[in-house]
Design a protein around this ligand. Structure first.
Ligand code: PEP
Length: 258
């Protein structure tokens, strides 16, 4: 089964109105070089509307970095409901990013609720899982990934993964310049796909599993050439048009090679 590559830029808490315009102009002029790759931009929430306007006549799509897990809008100061993201034109939303888990105390349970909230609003969750360095060194990678995935499966069921994207993001590789080797990434991705396949082989075969963690133009090809790596979730390198386009180009080259 062929799975179209997805390259998603997570801008995190970066940007200015002026800087975003320049960055998006830089990205948009290069998009025709990667016509078969799905390209997603996830700016901070306050820039969703302006970014959406810039992307309007392009192929690139808009996503958010976070949403509230509550079912209904209401008295939740500072939070953003999925319907609001949808209204601004978002198609995707990141849930379970390790920075949200570690810095903002999001448990597996909260992440699962966010995943469900996203789908209820018609947003596709990009569901991040990944182990810390300590967990890897203690040979707990698979048990951590299984636990994080299990929380969503328990709340939302296996069929929910038919409308989701998974992202393997080893915590020790995010923003550190230290990337998982292609073999390490493949092993984790294959494990995740096998967990899903054990419950539903068709959903597993169609599920896109992105790799995230210090992906750059220079290492993207090797990562994307792995059979279970279906694109990338890109942090730092998504803030530079040339780097981001280089990564999208690496995904496009893999599609040609298939
Ligand atoms: C991320 O934020 O999801 C990420 C992978 O960041 P970076 O590419 O900077 O490691």
């Amino acid at each position: 089964m062929s799975r179209p590559y997805l390259v998603a830029g997570n801008w995190k808490m970066n940007g200015t109105l002026e800087g975003n315009t320049r960055l998006l102009q830089g990205i948009l002029v290069g998009l025709e070089r990667c016509p078969d790759v799905e390209i997603l931009v996830c700016p901070p929430a306050v820039y969703l509307e302006s970014t959406g306007a810039s992307l309007k006549r392009s192929r690139a799509v808009l996503g958010a970095q976070n949403l509230c897990e509550q079912d209904k809008p209401g008295a939740f100061t500072g939070e953003i409901h999925g319907h609001m993201l949808k209204e601004l034109g978002c198609r995707y939303v990141i849930v379970g990013h390790s920075e949200r888990r570690t810095l903002y105390g999001e448990t597996d349970d909260i992440v699962a609720r966010k995943f469900r909230a996203a789908q209820i609003c018609g947003l596709t969750p990009i569901f991040c899982v990944g182990e810390t360095l300590q967990e890897r060194e203690m040979h707990q990678t698979e048990s951590v990934l299984g636990r994080q995935l299990g929380a969503v499966l328990k709340l939302c069921g296996i069929h929910s993964l038919a409308q989701a994207v998974l992202a393997y993001e080893p915590v020790w590789a995010i923003g550190t310049g230290r990337t998982a080797t292609p073999e390490q990434a493949q092993k984790a991705h294959a494990f995740l796909r096998a967990q899903v396949a054990a419950r539903d082989a068709r959903i597993a075969a169609a599920l896109r599993v992105l790799y995230g963690g210090s992906v750059k133009m220079d290492n993207a090809s090797a990562l994307f050439s792995q059979p279970d790596v279906d694109g990338g979730l890109i942090g730092g390198a998504s803030l530079k048009a040339d780097e981001f386009l280089g990564i999208c180009g690496a995904a496009q080259a893999q599609m040609k090679a298939v």
